[in-house]
Design a protein around this ligand. Structure first.
Ligand code: NAD
Length: 500
């Protein structure tokens, strides 16, 4: 049994609270370790370390800050497999998918290397005679990130790379379910030359979250996780005068038009619905075929593919999908599958029957892929996020009926449309009330230089993650009106200055 603690002020620090949470290996179902859950006072130590490091880091030239990011990029490439292995052992996603988790975070570090260009202000020469006006972006101070279990490398890197490149100092409160990778990231930052105290990690639960959301030294909080906690964090942090962006849950629809290439659609759906065992906020969880022939054909094509999913432990290089993250989450997803049946959906493939017999892994949190047909808008299993390896088929008669579904759903994270018709695709892109849209692309996760964020109950606050929106979130603008009067040349002035 290993232990995970905190990283504060450039050092590994043991927890003082005496409280721990379990760390499981989802592939075996065994408890592999325990994580210290920080007391308020220890979170305050991390905030104090970040606060003390802020003036010097903010004053470090932007080019030097960029060089730390450049070093970090090299280190992350070198450590990618080690990070991915640790990640998959605590999360359960298969190794190749865990490499993708690191890669998508690393790409934000690559983006943030460009901070000298990204953070440039504006300058207007001679706005009035002899007067120049310019604006600059200043860091906020101590900023905090609160992250979910499902991307323990990508999401901490999304947030911290942009925040730190902008000159802020950082306190990360990662998910207590997979705390090893965030602590490894702290070591990568330190090796990259980041001064002590600029990047801190405190493991913990509600007590730690409440502390970062209320401490006056923390100027901004970025949260990613489930919607109820996103709402809570947003309300608490903003009530305490902080900037806050809080990303929540999702229910992502894929529209399939009658003219779509159904082979392509079926393959895309298998990856998008069952990859990472459906534990992705951008997973497709609802397929919306338009017209009965499209629906019948799609279900016929999906069934054998879902039945043939290769499920295995996270380091099985042949596996396409690993176990779920915890026994509790497995029970929750199974509960939703039971409910789907009670609600009258048709189980075309029932993942509840799956048994993983490999020796040593019999107790892992495995579930087969499920496919439910005839799902209706009023069902709870449609309205709520399941976050497991199950795909729902919602049959519709027309494009209008199909296009309306994601727009009126409470979540609005991602969606996609498969069609060969540009006009239909264009109409959908413009009409749908969802933040990220794919056209013949199943999981439209924007790259680092664009921004990531959903609409409605998938995100609270109005600024997205990474890209220029990230730079805006982590900086405040100062605008200067500057005049250098002729001074001693013209003598003293006694009249109030006016622009002319
Ligand atoms: P979660 O909400 O349970 O946990 C997220 C963070 O909040 C963790 O750090 C956790 O320790 C903390 N937390 C949990 N309960 C808390 C409480 N009562 N008070 C204060 N803090 C608390 O989410 P999760 O299960 O780790 O992650 C899965 C969820 O995250 C899914 O809903 C998924 O859709 C969502 N997600 C959203 C995005 C997005 O960008 N929209 C990305 C990834 C995941």
């Amino acid at each position: 049994m290993y232990e995970r603690h905190h990283f504060i002020g450039g050092k590994d620090v043991e927890g003082t609270s005496g409280r721990f949470g379990p760390i499981f290996n989802p592939s075996t179902g065994e408890q592999a370790g325990k994580v210290s859950l920080a007391a308020k006072s220890q979170v305050e130590d991390a905030i104090a370390a970040a606060d003390a490091a802020f003036p010097a880091w903010a004053a470090t030239s932007v080019v030097k800050r960029a060089r730390v990011l450049q070093n970090l990029v090299h280190i992350l490439y070198r450590e990618k497999d080690a990070l991915a292995e640790a990640l998959s052992s605590e999360h359960g996603k298969v190794f190749s998918d865990a490499q993708g988790d690191v890669q998508r975070g690393l790409e934000v570090a690559e983006f943030a290397q460009g901070i000298p260009h990204l953070i440039k202000g504006e300058f207007s020469d001679n706005v009035s005679t002899g007067i120049d006006m310019y604006s600059m972006r200043k860091p906020l101070g101590v900023v905090a990130g609160i992250t979910p279990f499902n991307f323990p490398a990508m999401i901490p890197l999304w947030m911290s790379c942009v925040a730190i490149a902008c000159g802020n100092t950082y306190v990360l409160k990662p998910s207590e379910k997979d705390p090893t990778v965030p602590l490894m990231l702290a070591k990568c930052w330190a090796e990259a030359g980041l001064p002590d105290g600029v990047f801190n990690v405190v493991n913990g639960d509600k007590e730690a979250v409440d502390t970062v959301c209320t401490d006056p030294r923390v100027k901004a909080v970025s949260f990613v996780g489930s919607t109820p906690i996103a709402q809570y964090v947003y309300a608490t942090a903003t009530a305490h005068g902080k900037r806050c962006q809080a990303m929540g849950g999702a229910k992502n629809h894929m529209l399939i038009m009658p003219d779509a290439d159904l082979d392509q659609v079926a393959d895309a759906l298998i990856g998008a619905a069952y990859g990472s065992a459906g534990e992705r906020c951008m997973a497709i969880s609802v397929a919306v075929p338009v017209g009965k022939p499209t629906a019948d054909k799609l279900v016929e094509m999906l069934k054998p593919r879902v039945e043939a999913l290769k499920i295995g432990h996270s380091m099985d290089m042949e596996a396409e999908m690993g176990p779920l993250v915890t026994a509790d989450h497995l029970a929750k997803v199974r509960g939703y599958l039971d409910l789907a049946e009670q609600e009258g959906a048709t189980a075309v493939v029932d993942g509840r029957n799956f048994e993983y017999k490999m020796q040593g892994f019999e107790n892992g949190y495995y579930l087969g892929g499920s496919l439910f047909d005839n799902v209706k808008p009023e069902m709870r299993t449609y309205k709520e996020e399941i976050f497991g390896p199950t795909l729902q088929i919602m049959r519709t008669e027309s494009f209008d009926e199909a296009a309306n579904l994601p727009s009126i759903h409470e979540y609005g994270n991602g969606t996609s449309i498969y069609t060969r018709d540009g006009d239909t695709a264009r109409e959908y892109v413009n009409r749908v009330e969802v933040g990220m849209v794919g056209v013949n692309v199943p999981i439209p996760v924007p790259l680092a230089f664009h921004t990531f964020g959903g609409w409605k109950n998938s995100a609270f606050g109005d600024i997205n993650q990474h890209g220029m929106e990230g730079v805006r979130f982590y900086t405040k603008t100062k605008t200067v009106t500057s005049r250098w009067p002729t001074g001693i040349r013209s003598g003293a002035e006694f009249v109030i200055p006016t622009l002319n």
